[in-house]
Write a protein that binds this ligand. Structure first.
Ligand code: ADP
Ligand code: MG
Ligand code: ZN
Length: 505
């Protein structure tokens, strides 16, 4: 039987605030266990939480980026459950009903299975992170369980979609898009390895046209790959169940990456299980329209808009523009590099660390783009550098200078690639690499003439053949000269010299 998958995601994004959501404890990954805690995030009796304004601001920022409707008033509720990593016995969150979450509605467009798909959002709300239980990890007694409250109270933004996603691949595309937007607007680093972006997936299947089926919630997936695999497994499991005349039970299942399967954790809880009620310690938040407008004005250019601008302003093909704007750091690098090229053209921003004047009008956006998407990615990959290390080793102005050297004819494009390798390893400016390694292109006619004469003298038969009409041999002679000069000969000059000399005889 053919079924249609129906998927809705609940994504938790850890916000890049300095402090926790209801106290002043710092937010940072790792750290000595229980070193970033206070009576408030430890849930001691009698303490009072105070809402972090920045956390609300970041949530509004996200809401605006996805066309959400920002609430005029928003409120917090207690979600009651017992767990050792939850010291208060309840989590401060926001309940589902209108008037409570910071944002309702909105949505994002993704590349769907058959064309663009719009995934509607249900809501975006704020809540606090729980602590971390540690069982049998290296460095801990395997007979004991430990608890680290450093994470407790870290602000989480939960983005809940409508069940508009139709395949595991679309779920990945959706998550990737959310992550891209979160990173662009600077509210979450999107790091799934460190858990700053996490996702629960709800999935059901149905015969096309039928009402929605019973859903299963899957937790514990910590990469896009594992989310896709978990969904694929679960869709198949549900299909087998229905095919065998069974029915899907509403439950929460955990993904096991080693076994590549989901297994039941608990029957899916209902809202009333949590005994939600308004948190009496926190006042209702009134969100002034003027504040929302202010945040909107400061919103950075979003990936789609930026991509379109790259196409229009720099004349780049769409797919190139898409790759360049895939993350903000790369897009910023590109624009810095192109800007540097333009700066060189006006004679301002010459290379400073080499003390040498670098290329003027070093090339256009297309050249920068070509180099970034092939050579720069190559050296980044080969040297296992993250974006930050890459930018430290090869800052945008260095790449601009390198392209300038090539454009000026100081080195060939081929040698340029070797220079880039050395730059990636050493962090040196291109001019110093070229100088130290003696890579400057030989454009001295006298010097090249000597080499050309030598090559022609070594191959009298080929010279004769050429003169008898086998002009294709020009390539052979070129190759010989290049080899003799370790690729440093100026190809244009060599070409001219060869033609001249071969014609002379
Ligand atoms: P809540 O958890 O707030 O009570 P739901 O369980 O209805 O709300 O929805 C949670 C998530 O499950 C949402 O992302 C929603 O899109 C998704 N969802 C709801 N119904 C289905 C369904 N039948 N199949 C797949 N996903 C669903
Ligand atoms: Mg839920
Ligand atoms: Zn604290």
């Amino acid at each position: 039987m053919n079924y249609e998958a129906v998927i809705g995601l609940e994504v938790h994004a850890q916000l890049l605030t300095n402090s926790k959501i209801f106290c002043g404890c710092p937010v940072a990954f790792g750290g000595e266990p229980n070193s970033r805690v206070c009576p408030i995030c430890l849930g001691m009796p009698g303490v009072l939480p105070v809402l972090n304004r920045r956390a609300v601001e970041y949530t509004i920022r996200m809401a605006l980026a996805v066309d959400g409707r920002v609430a005029e008033t928003s409120a917090f509720a207690r979600k009651n459950y017992f767990y050792p990593d939850l010291p208060k016995g309840y989590q401060i969150s926001q309940y589902d009903r209108a008037g409570e979450p910071i944002s309702l509605d909105g949505g994002i467009e993704i590349e769907g299975e058959d064309g663009p798909r719009f995934v509607r959002l249900r809501r975006i709300h704020l809540e606090e992170e729980a602590g971390k239980s540690i069982h049998s990890e290296p460095g801990y007694d395997p007979d004991l369980s430990y608890i680290d409250f450093n994470r407790t109270g870290v602000p989480l933004m939960e983005i809940v979609s409508e069940p508009d996603i139709r395949s595991p691949r679309e779920a990945s595309a959706y998550l990737a898009r959310l992550r891209q937007i979160l990173q662009y607007i600077g509210v979450c680093d999107g790091n799934m390895d460190e858990g700053s972006l996490r996702c629960d997936a709800n999935v059901s299947i149905r015969k096309p046209g039928d009402p929605l089926g019973e859903l299963v919630e899957i937790k514990n997936m910590n990469s896009m790959r594992s989310m896709e695999r978990a969904l694929e497994f679960e869709i198949e499991r549900q299909a087998d169940l229905l095919d065998d005349g069974g029915r899907v039970v509403r439950q929460t299942r955990l993904w096991n990456e080693e076994e590549r399967e989901t297994f039941p954790m608990r029957s899916k809880e209902e809202a009333h299980d949590y005994r939600y009620f308004p948190d009496p310690d926190l006042v209702t938040v009134e969100i002034a329209r003027s504040w929302v407008d202010e945040i909107g004005e400061d919103l950075p250019e979003l990936p789609d808009v930026r991509m379109q601008r790259f196409v229009e302003d720099y004349g780049l093909p769409q797919d190139m523009a898409r790759q360049l704007t895939e993350n903000r750091a790369r897009a910023d690098y590109f624009e810095a590099c192109v800007g540097q090229v333009a700066g060189d053209a006006s004679g301002e921003a010459a290379s400073q660390d080499s003390g040498e004047a670098s290329g003027k009008a070093a090339g256009d956006a297309r050249t920068v783009s070509n180099w970034m998407l092939s050579e720069l990615l190559r050296v980044q990959h080969e040297n296992r550098m993250d974006q930050q290390t890459l930018e430290e080793r090869i800052p945008p102005d260095h790449l601009a200078q390198l392209l300038g050297q090539i454009k000026e004819g100081k080195i060939s494009g081929k040698i340029g690639k070797d220079v880039l390798d050395v730059m990636a390893e050493s962090g040196k400016a291109p001019a110093s690499v070229i100088e130290e390694q003696g890579l400057v292109q030989i454009s001295d006619t006298g010097e090249l003439e000597g080499v050309v004469d030598g090559i022609l003298a070594e191959h009298p038969d080929d010279v004769a053949d050429y003169r008898a009409g086998k002009t294709k041999l020009l390539g052979f002679f070129m190759g010989q000269v290049m080899r003799a000069t370790q690729g440093k000969a100026n190809p244009k000059l060599v070409n001219e010299l060869l033609r001249k000399k071969l014609a002379e005889g």
